[in-house]
Design a protein around this ligand. Structure first.
Ligand code: PLP
Length: 368
């Protein structure tokens, strides 16, 4: 079965005459639980909930492993850091990984005796930092710079060095890239982004193949209470059913937007792995099925970027990415990333491409 069929079929409830095709959210804190709890599938909603079970079935099948959902992408990232890292351990991160993940390690874990080593994503530079490491963290394409690294090669090197590997797969989603199949131990994502795609909820997940790692993550979630509410889990399941449609459209649009921007004199650089001129293009074409909805580019300076953003009528100024509506922001407004003041991260949505290109043309003219 192909992705779209598998995902849609996995969201259907078992055939029971008179029951809905898709089960509704189960709102519960305690469940009826008489007698021995070991024989009861659901007892208390910090540990399990049937609406998560349904969603985890869908995500696990997409990832080629077993999935656990968390209250946000950061809660999922924290679950991996928290279950893997112990005092004295070394974690190797991309220096251009999602800023908040780096900050979490920097602000909390390094103060508890964990050493953090960083190197850029491009050209697999993290490989040089692996001796003695416990965890290698990858993010490809990196965010917002869109650098690419070779997941399979780095996994082999990390495993040889005795390290586990986690990939933040938020930007491509498991339909765009399959970290577990490429050798990673953890596929981690913020499902707040393209996975759910409607800009209406926070969600994260971790997928693994190893049952021992699964049990540790499951325990972490129950002990920390980093759980997702049933309404969000249900909305997420509903949204993921249309991921194949949304991703195909948004990534097709992103490719055309990237090619258009690359042809414009006002644009100093475009960072999109789908462009043949991107240094990671060949590698990305081998390990990704979609190049993702995020296109980053640089205008002359802060003023040009601000003018562009206010002139563009079909580009909503907002952070985050992966939604059905095209959004963009001048990324340097947040700090934390080594980027220029004119750097824009755009998340291309599912609108009609002709409208988007017309709007981008007039916005770039305004920013001249
Ligand atoms: N990973 C990446 C690549 C992200 O862009 C984000 C959020 O922007 C996260 C993780 C964190 O996800 P959340 O905001 O759902 O906690």
């Amino acid at each position: 079965m192909r992705d779209a069929t598998r995902i849609i079929r996995s969201t259907l409830s078992p055939v029971k005459p008179g029951e809905p095709l898709h089960a509704g959210p189960v709102f519960a804190a305690p469940f009826h639980a008489p007698g021995d709890p070991a024989n009861i599938p659901y007892t208390y909603a910090r540990a399990h909930n049937p609406t998560w079970t349904q969603l985890e079935k869908t995500i696990g099948q997409m990832e080629g492993g077993r999935a656990l959902v968390f209250s946000s992408g950061m809660a999922a990232i924290m679950a991996v850091f928290g279950t893997v890292l112990r005092p004295g351990d070394v974690a190797v991160l991309p220096s251009n990984a999602y800023y908040t993940a780096r900050l979490l390690l920097q602000e909390y874990f390094t103060k508890m005796g964990i050493t953090m080593r960083t190197a850029p994503t491009a050209d697999g530079q993290q490989a040089t930092l692996l001796p003695g490491a416990r965890l290698l963290w990858l993010e490809t394409p990196s965010n917002p710079g869109m650098e690419i690294c070779d997941i399979a090669d780095l996994c082999a090197k990390a495993h040889q060095a005795g390290a586990l590997v986690a990939v933040d797969n938020t930007t491509p989603t498991p339909l765009g890239q399959l970290p577990l199949a490429l050798g990673a131990d953890f596929s981690v994502a913020s499902d707040t982004k393209a996975m759910t795609g409607h800009s209406d909820l926070l969600l994260g997940h971790v997928a693994v193949k190893d049952l021992e790692l699964y049990a540790q993550l499951d325990q972490w979630r129950t002990l920390t209470g980093a759980v997702v509410g049933p309404m969000e889990a249900w909305l997420a399941g509903r949204s993921i059913s249309t991921l194949p449609l949304r991703l195909e459209r948004a990534c097709g649009n992103a490719q055309q937007v990237a090619e258009f921007l690359a042809s414009q004199p006002e644009v100093r650089a475009v960072y999109y792995p789908g462009l043949k001129s991107h240094p990671g293009h060949d590698l990305a074409a081998r390990q990704m099925r979609y190049f993702g909805p995020v296109v980053s580019f640089e205008l002359k300076d802060k003023s040009a970027a601000d003018t562009f953003l206010s002139a563009a009528k079909l580009v909503t100024e907002a952070t985050s990415f992966g939604g059905i509506a095209t959004t963009a922001e001048r990324r340097a407004r947040w700090g934390g990333d080594a980027i220029s003041d004119g750097f824009i991260r755009m998340s291309v949505g599912c609108e009609a491409i002709e409208d988007l290109l017309e709007d981008l043309t007039q916005a770039l003219q305004a920013a001249r």
